[in-house]
Design a protein around this ligand. Structure first.
Ligand SMILES: Nc1nc2c(ncn2[C@@H]2O[C@H](COP(=O)(O)OP(=O)(O)OP(=O)(O)O)[C@@H](O)[C@H]2O)c(=O)[nH]1
Ligand SMILES: [Mg+2]
Length: 230
């Protein structure tokens, strides 16, 4: 790949007004567009992200996947397409500067997709709930036995070759998004690897792992997705 690839970042965000500007500020300056998918937030997420220099696209239907798909549509409509896209959460759990280690293997032609694995990195105590740790272990173990895929985490922080991502035909509109990408990448023969990423307690209120509804909804959808792509 080109030694200075064009890199865009996608941040799905639902009510992250307290964290989003910190996330944006710490993104390395190798990035071209930072696209925040404002997922029907009822707080000032959109205004704050725009003031911090991001392109904000609005998605009125709630759901992690649909927010990512909307941001991808915006990128598809740009005259110059990126080489690499990075996905990052808006809650400041990830360390945006670690993006460089996700991008590097793709830039060097060693991988098409790089997952930031929290299982391999250092986790601040309390940054992941027990159901979340167990759920990620179960999902990656099932993926190993059912699909033969080699992952240790469903970490949302990831980088992927843009044309290859488009080729996967992503469709999941909510919590199946991360695992769908991983299963499809494996089945399509993409070269993928994981690098350790560190993880800290989010700023603001949990939408998924800290709520009963979120855990059940995400767990159900993740297992369903594994069997859907059996
Ligand atoms: N739950 C949820 N999150 C969304 C949605 N749209 C965008 N997001 C963003 O997706 C990211 C992940 O959500 P989080 O609430 O951090 O979920 P999590 O990382 O599993 O759990 P916690 O960090 O413990 O809350 C955040 O940046 C959210 O703002 C949506 O419709 N639902
Ligand atoms: Mg989070």
């Amino acid at each position: 790949m080109n030694s200075s690839p064009i890199i865009d970042v996608i941040i799905p965000a639902f009510n992250e007004e307290r964290s989003i500007s910190k996330v944006i500020a710490e993104i390395p300056d190798v990035v071209r567009h930072i696209v925040v998918a404002n997922n029907n937030s009822t707080d000032r997420t959109g205004e704050v992200a725009e003031a911090a220099g991001a392109k904000v696209v609005f998605e009125g239907t709630k759901g992690y996947g649909i927010a990512c798909l909307t941001a991808m549509e915006w990128i598809k409509n740009q005259e110059v397409q990126p080489d690499i896209v990075v996905f990052l959460d808006g809650d400041y759990s990830d360390y945006p500067e670690e993006m460089l280690s996700l991008i590097q293997p793709i830039q060097e032609g060693k991988a098409d997709m790089v997952i930031g694995s929290r299982a391999l990195g250092k986790r601040e105590s309390g940054s992941m709930t027990l159901p979340q740790v167990f759920g990620n272990w179960l999902a990656t173990t099932l993926m190993k036995y059912i699909q033969g895929a080699n992952y240790s985490d469903l970490g949302p922080f990831r980088a992927i070759d843009w044309p290859k991502l488009l080729g996967l035909g992503m469709v999941d509109k909510n919590f199946g998004w991360t695992i769908e990408m991983q299963i499809k990448a494996h089945k399509a023969g993409l070269r993928y690897l994981e690098v350790p990423v560190n993880y800290r307690k989010r700023i603001g209120v949990s939408k998924v792992s800290g709520t009963v509804k979120g855990v059940i909804g995400a767990g159900y959808k993740i297992i369903l997705t594994i069997f859907k792509y059996w």
